[in-house]
Write a protein that binds this ligand. Structure first.
Ligand code: B4P
Length: 190
């Protein structure tokens, strides 16, 4: 089973490239951001809790996201593989994911890290905010998301470097060119 983590700062193109990966490799998609936004839209208890964190650009607490992921993962057990988009975002989340996969006789296959500089990230997210109306795509919240990424999420890169799973890919250029580089990396591990 192919387990792809797509990793990168907010606005690096994780969601965009996930869509291409799903189509080409027939993978199931788990985006913790999408799951949380759906809960918010449906006004569930989890959604109400998540809203407080997302609107401020902070991470939703680990225990909440990890608990949520276990349920979602089991719902995809018949898929050819899974793309993890926006998860893990902290060291405890990566440990939980590895444990969950191990319990199911699986492991992380590859961690694709999309590398994009901060001014470009801000530019993309502001543009998206003008169209999507996402509550976290405004300058103040974008800046907190980038700080959270630097402090809590980017240390995961070191962890995946030591496991030999990390493949850094420049995330600037056309969506198609970036996808070609990602596909090459994925094909190399198959
Ligand atoms: P997410 O939904 O994961 O949002 P994100 O990291 O901000 O990235 P996003 O998916 O939106 O952007 P993408 O890189 O696809 O998370 C939202 C919030 O939910 C988090 O801040 C957090 O509060 C909470 N959350 C989610 N997961 C969590 C977890 N595991 N633990 C705790 N909390 C969690 O960028 C896309 C934009 O760039 C698009 O507008 C696209 O059109 C553009 N783009 C893409 N490729 C491009 C290219 N090559 N050139 C130009 N533009 C491009």
């Amino acid at each position: 089973m192919l387990n792809v983590i797509i990793f990168g700062a907010p606005g690096s193109g994780k969601g965009t490239q996930s869509e291409n990966l799903i189509k080409k490799y027939n993978l199931a998609h788990i985006s913790t951001g999408d799951v949380l936004r759906a809960e918010m839209k449906n006004g569930t208890e989890l959604g109400k809790l998540a809203e407080n964190y997302i609107a401020k650009g902070q991470l939703v607490p680990d225990d909440v996201v990890i608990g949520m992921l276990a349920n979602v993962l089991d719902s995809k057990k018949d898929a050819a593989g899974v793309i993890f988009d926006g998860f893990p975002r902290t060291i405890p989340q990566s440990e939980a994911l590895e444990k969950m996969l191990k319990e199911r006789g699986q492991e992380v296959s590859i961690v694709v890290s999309l590398e994009v500089e901060e001014p470009e990230l801000i530019d993309r997210l502001i543009k998206r905010g003008q169209q999507s109306g996402r509550s976290d795509d405004n300058l103040e919240t974008i800046k907190s998301r980038l700080d959270v990424y630097k402090n809590q999420t980017s240390p995961l890169k070191e962890h995946y470097k030591t496991t030999g799973k990390l493949v850094p890919i420049k995330g600037i250029g056309t969506v198609e060119d970036i996808f070609l580089k990602i596909s090459e990396a994925v094909d190399n591990i198959k």
